[in-house]
Write a protein that binds this ligand. Structure first.
Ligand code: HEM
Length: 448
């Protein structure tokens, strides 16, 4: 590769940089209008970040040359909580773990997850039945149901209400702390006795207690259930025939637990925020749910029939991608499109920008689920729409998440009458894209 020309991407304009300080999501979303391929941002002399807005360059980073682009340094912050689980692991070690864990997300697991989802959603709807007329934080409620679903999928047993409260509080705090650390170019060493670090350690230890408690209890069980934890405990590496260490299991369980609910909560929240502003979409969703399942609860086999529901989810994740960017680090000098990238540069694939790119999406800011009727997800579009990332490190839980969200949406649309209390919701781009302060709804009526 020739590095003589050293053409760098255009630098972010001052206006867009200012916007990014007030509203990162707005900057990510608007960036491709001025920079259809790539731009350079960061802090001159300290941290250089390339923001990728072109699908071919995204494919180069995430798929074709993925070994040259390991996860960004920032993921080390996440590793404080997730250890060497799939999200934060790298290289051969990651590959070994991914090969071992992938089969656990097979069809039988998805079938189990369907019935868990339906029963957890029924539980929520029964609770809401007693709250008719009341106002709820819909985002908080979705967290309760998705924590319940991922906990039962992993561990079968109930995670009690006190644990759910701890998980919700600790995960939110750790997510915000990780984000603050990621944005801070001066990483203070983790061993320093700073009050914020001490609180992070305490919160991680509390989550550890919950997870290790469950693993240890399971190891003593005579007839363990065939859940994800059991699949992890029984999995054996092909070359050695041995299983994972306790620490590796802890890291994978924590990873699946964390990755498996926060993104889904955000996706469901934004979806209902949008649905409630488009009555025709809600009517169509309800019509489809009733056509597919009638008065009964939906089952796994119904899901392929919930096609419109799938389009609604995709369109919502296009407008509000639950993971707004994915970050990598160039391991060696390379070329991205026409531009030179120096080893050590951070390269962030702008999922938000790609999803709002005017070259690929007519009326990019309109909510139009029907556009997915004719959108070819594979082929050339693979890196134009990628809520679950792309390349070998694509989300391992994408089928889990789609199934869960389609079933929840179908049940809510068929059985709940609710109103959005306020339209004034600000997107807050942390590692994930949250509705700041959550989506607030008033429950009017819940059908049994
Ligand atoms: C709407 C829901 C979800 C969205 C939008 C989402 C999005 C993503 C994205 C974009 C990545 C790639 C990150 C990167 O390349 O840096 C990822 C990775 C991952 N996700 Fe998800 N995810 C969702 C749900 C889930 C669920 C339900 C699970 C597990 C039950 C899960 C587990 C994981 C894991 C373990 C990884 C790391 C995979 C690897 O590197 O091998 N996710 N997810």
């Amino acid at each position: 590769m020739s590095t003589t020309k050293k053409k760098y991407p255009p630098s972010i304009t001052f206006g867009l940089l200012l916007e990014s300080m007030k509203n990162i999501f707005g900057m990510l979303s608007r960036a491709p209008e001025k920079y259809p391929d790539i731009l350079m941002t960061g802090i001159p002399g300290i941290r250089r970040v390339y923001l990728v807005n072109h699908p071919d360059i995204a494919q180069h980073v995430l798929q074709k040359s993925y070994r040259s682009y390991p996860k960004a340094k920032g993921y080390e912050v996440l590793a404080l909580l997730l250890g060497k689980g799939l999200v934060t692991n790298e290289g051969d070690n990651w590959h070994k773990q991914r090969t071992l864990i992938q089969p656990a997300f097979h069809r039988e697991t998805l079938k189990r997850i369907s019935s868990i989802t339906v029963s957890s959603t029924n539980h929520l709807l029964n609770k809401w039945k007693g709250q008719e007329g009341q106002t709820i934080n819909f985002t908080r409620e979705m967290a309760e149901v998705t924590i319940d679903i991922v906990a039962k999928s992993l561990f079968t047993t109930d995670v009690n209400a006190k644990h759910i409260q701890t998980i919700w509080r600790n995960v939110n705090f750790l997510n915000e702390s990780a984000d603050a650390l990621l944005r801070n170019p001066l990483h203070l060493p983790w061993f320093l006795p700073l009050p914020s670090y001490r609180k992070m350690r305490r919160y991680i230890a509390e989550l550890d207690d919950i997870v290790y408690g469950i693993i240890n209890k399971r190891k003593k069980e005579k007839n363990p259930p065939p859940d994800l934890l059991q699949l992890l405990l029984e999995a054996r590496y092909e070359e050695t025939g041995t299983g994972m260490t306790d620490l590796q299991i802890r890291d994978e369980v924590m990873t699946i637990f964390m990755a498996g609910h926060e993104t889904t909560v955000n996706a469901l929240s934004w979806t209902w925020y949008l649905i409630k502003q488009h009555k025709e979409v809600e009517d169509k969703l309800k019509e489809e749910s009733l056509k597919v399942a009638g008065d009964r609860d939906p089952v796994f086999e119904d899901v392929p029939g919930l096609l419109y529901g799938k389009n609604v989810m995709n369109e919502s994740m296009r407008l509000y991608p639950p993971v707004p960017v994915v970050g990598r680090n160039a391991k060696q000098d390379d070329e991205l499109g026409a531009y030179f990238v120096k080893a050590g540069t951070e390269v962030a694939v702008n999922i938000t920008g790609l999803h709002h790119h005017p070259a690929y999406w007519p009326e990019p800011f309109e909510f139009k689920p029907q556009r997915f009727d004719s959108f070819d997800m594979k082929g050339d579009n693979r890196f134009v729409f990628m809520p679950f990332g792309g390349g070998p490190r694509i989300c391992i839980g994408n089928n889990f998440a789609m199934l869960e969200m389609q079933l929840i949406n179908s049940m809510l649309s068929a059985r709940v009458d609710m109103d959005l209390v306020s339209l004034d919701v600000k997107p807050k781009a942390l590692i994930t894209l949250k509705p700041d302060n959550g989506i607030v709804m008033q429950i009017k009526r819940v059908k049994k």
